[in-house]
Ligand binder design. Sequence first.
Ligand code: EPZ
Length: 417
Amino acid sequence: MDRILIRGGRPLRGTVQVRGAKNSALPLMAASILAEEACTLHNIPCLHDVFTMDKLLSSFGAKIEFTGRYMTIDASTLDNFVAHYDLVRKMRASFFVLGPMLARFQKARVSLPGGCAIGTRPVDIHLKGLEAMGANIAIEDGYVIAEGALKGVDFSLDFPSVGATENLLMAASRARGVTRLNNVAREPEIVDLAHFLNAMGAQISGAGTDLITIVGVDALGGTEHVVIPDRIETGTFLIAGMATGGDVTVQNANPDHLPTFLNKLRDAGGEVEVHGTRIRAAAKNGLKGVDITTQPFPGFPTDLQAQMMSMLCLAQGVSVMRESVFENRFMQVAELIRMGADIDLDGTAAIVRGVNGLSGAPVMASDLRASAALVVAGLSAAKGETSIARVYHIDRGYERIEERLASLGADIERVRD
Ligand code: EPZ
């Protein structure tokens, strides 16, 4: 197992290129199941989760070529309709194959994804929506068995779930008739998926708002598509720059995907400049405590809560951070306290009191974004060395993070145990 070693206290300076969005690439790859012809995706990030989705689609019989950041997926003839537990348990996004598989083949058998470190992660909204569209859903031996022809329906989601919106959007694109999905997620990844499906011949309108209308079509063809930039990776690098007292510019980003987050960086003392697709952040006069509540888009992204907390550990004053999207997303707190942070947990809120500095320590990664938070903390720890174990959590969502941080001046290396 790899570890990452960081000797902190060095301000990060310079420019880094953001990669394609993991949380867009994964549903886009699943959506290719709907196409009767090959699809090509550009700007695909080189991440473990992408390799897992590649393996899953290949297990259905899809033919995939993945070189560099370019991927062609030919799902025109699939011969297996079972998504096995050993793949789905590794990556929850595997569940996104259910909607497209059912819509195109009227049958699918997908393992329930199970929980993970940040919560039980139920899929009840996904299943209720598919049942409303006419699917017969049964749960047997930990698998969802779905069958039946889908028809258009008016359906309101109990919560604007990103994954449920994506599954239902893909299913409705091939259902018979018109589907109106209400109270849907409005994340940029939903809009990216709708663009991709429409380019395949779907008839979707309203993506990015809380009501999406889909007129089902009989078949979808192949297309080419460029994956949007990763807004969470963008935010992670900007936070790392400010937390270390540096000055970092992220290139090829999309500032419209981070409205609330960029304002919160400014509230925390950041000078944030946006020039087209370049975003620069620096905190020359130190950091200030800010209150944050995570929300579905366009609110503050839950996927940047942990990294922001690491930065706010060093701010002047107190920050109250509330996690409203997941039930257990403060996994980073115990490890940050071991590094000298002053944080109290009170239910779904974390009270973060700024301290003068953090100290390096051996810490354990637990989930993707909590691990990124430990990297930020290690980079800003003025004293000592931070050793982060179970780095595979980070590799799921960040491409060669140690090389890219080193290019900004970090003293960081990956060691193989
Ligand atoms: C997506 O997960 C992202 N993953 C997550 O990013 C992200 O944190 C999350 O959306 C919220 O933005 C991918 O896109 C691959 P949800 P998803 O369904 O779809 C509850 C990362 O770090 N819920 O919007 O699983 C659920 O329990 C990952 O990149 C139900 O109750 O998130 C949670 O509390 C982590 N029933 C809330 O909704 C359901 O049927 C939000 O979940 C579905 C969800």
